[in-house]
Design a protein. Structure first.
Length: 61
């Protein structure tokens, strides 16, 4: 399981995740829990959905 989420992708995921959680808290909806998914994938640097789609936004070193 290597890195397939790049720096810009991680920043976008963090913003979207925090936004979803904030929306869920503001509306008192459990749907805000979906924000955990983009935060988790940003934290570990791996997105399982990218593997079958052969997407890699991580820079090659």
């Amino acid at each position: 399981m290597g890195c397939n989420v790049g720096k810009a992708d991680r920043i976008i995921r963090i913003v979207v995740g925090v936004g979803l959680i904030g929306f869920g808290l503001a509306t008192k909806s459990w749907l805000g829990a979906i924000g955990i998914i983009p935060l988790a994938t940003a934290a570990i640097g791996f997105c399982p959905l990218y593997t079958p789609l052969k997407i890699n936004t991580c820079s090659q070193k």
